[in-house]
Design a protein. Sequence first.
Lengths: 288, 198
Amino acid sequence: MTADIHTLAGAYALHALDDDERVLFEAHLAECPACDQEVRELEATAARLGGLLRELPPPDLKARVLAQIDATRQHPPVGPPAPPLTVPLTALPAPTVMAAPAVSTAPAAPTPSRSTERLLRLLAPAAAVLAIAVVGLGVMVVNLNVRMGELEPGIAETTPAEASVAALLGAHDLDIVTVDEAPRPRGAGENPPGASARVMVSPSLGAAVFLAAGMDPAPHEHAYSLWLVHTDGQLTPVALFDVDPDGTVTQHVEADLSTVEALGVTVEPEHGSLQPSTEPVMLVSLTD
Amino acid sequence: MHAPRPRLTAVDGGADVVPDDEQLLLAVAHGDRQAFEALYERFAATVFGVVRRTLRDPSQSEEVAQEVFVELWRQAARFDPERGRASTWILTLAHRRAVDRVRAEQSRRDRTDRVAAREHRREHDEVAETVELRLEHQQVRAALDVLTPLQREAVELAYYRGFTYREVAEQLGTPLGTIKTRMRDGLIRMRDALGALG
């Protein structure tokens, strides 16, 4: 970083930097209050140049914009004024599952609860052994902040799933379950040992987000299928997906979750299946 | 871009008080669709004007202007009134989007230019100007007149055409450092002139 980097403030405010330089300069801004202040002033000046350019858009643009925002999730508001329908962070109850005695946090030798046992039987006896840990609110907030931070700077694209993660944060019945795959039995499952998953779920919103990392791509002409496992043993397929190039998965689920006690992932033919045709590679129990 | 209006003490102030841009944008952050429509009415011509001037191609300009307003809706929660005015936030978003599209379409640039050169362009004077706006425009033009011709050229090529400072330097056959300095000094001079005028 040379002393000369300060002179980029003008070009930055005019959006006249290459992407590489913009990233460098934004890193500089984070640690140079003088440049940050100057950039804010020069951006305001540049915006006034824009104010000279008035041209009426076609009249139907407004209707198109309004139709599109009706289908667009917003980033959650931060700070005051308090939103009318969102519970502020500080009012979130501590996750009640924290106290549940049946939750196992020991990766090597989990003691499955009855419902977990039932699920394992239901989906497949040889399913990979998973350790289930419930993450406390503090950790969750930190993770979410990191995640929201990744969406920056400024004008990043946001997927519906990412917006949904943010929306879930305000849910009063938000539940977070994190699963790190234990050393797997030989031959079981498709996942590398490093795979992990996190499910955020709010039955009141009817929304859940399934996040995973460290997964292998689905085999040729196959896809992963995400299932809802209901308390009565019914299985509902909710998504077919493949893994992003960086090994991560973000799947947004909107469904009646009141009777759902687990989420499972199987490998299926690429057009999907009505019932799981393979052993689950991942199983996340939402109950204790 | 508007003269400052009196600050209100509460967002839900008297019914006959016109909310300022900042209050509207903060309300949009909380999902207020009416506030969004009001902001659309205030900024549609300027957002479209910025995008159209940078991109030129009419149908692409419509697309990008639509993207800008959808982003405004989506990202309104990121607006921080402590850090600047709503008009700055909105026009920065609009210009950024337009510039991104220009660079993505660089290979088609010449063709787009030729098309644009032939077509009739609606100028800003077709848009009814309020007294407030006319004053604002007079001030900004006066501030532009304060720049040296070289500063003005560098600022205008970047802002109105979406060129990077490297491209500007190449086009003018001028060293990079000189162009960087002209852009910064030009904007600082404008800022100071606007401060003195406003």
